[in-house]
Design a protein around this ligand. Sequence first.
Ligand code: PNS
Length: 163
Amino acid sequence: MSIAVVPGSFDPVTYGHLDIIVRATKAFDFVIVAVLNNRAKNPMFTVEERMKFLQETTASYSNVQVDSFDGLLVDYMKQKNANVIVKGLRAISDFEYELQMAAINRKLAPTIETFFMMTNHQFSFLSSSIVKEVARYNPDEVSDLVPPNVLKELKERFNVKKP
Ligand code: PNS
């Protein structure tokens, strides 16, 4: 059985992430969406909130599980018996960082493969950081970039009141 892990900060999940997760459900038997518990990076949403957004938006996929992890990704994958890391590539600018990550992960765990999917072109500019930046001033502008549960929470966080 092929178990793929889609790792990330997901702070918060966007339609770009969901596109990769859904495509991974068709390519692999089981997909674990693994949320990095990255307290040091000072995320906007807690790991529980980020997991809840993901659980709500992937609930209709029976072969998806949402989980969190600390420490090295490859150690988490060994615990889960997972053999494939799935990442989305948006642009050439992602390539260098992802090449480095794939190389160190292969050194640490040679039996774990990293698979890349080209992000759907409509999401090539999209990141969680961009979403937060825009939503701070005008959450409605991100309504086509994040699922409704995330949009609702962004609106509450930024407490936007229209004049
Ligand atoms: O969404 P992000 O923040 O780009 O995701 C990055 C992530 C979580 C995939 C990456 O930082 C990661 O795998 N972190 C866990 C620590 C690790 O295993 N690092 C690679 C070897 S140094």
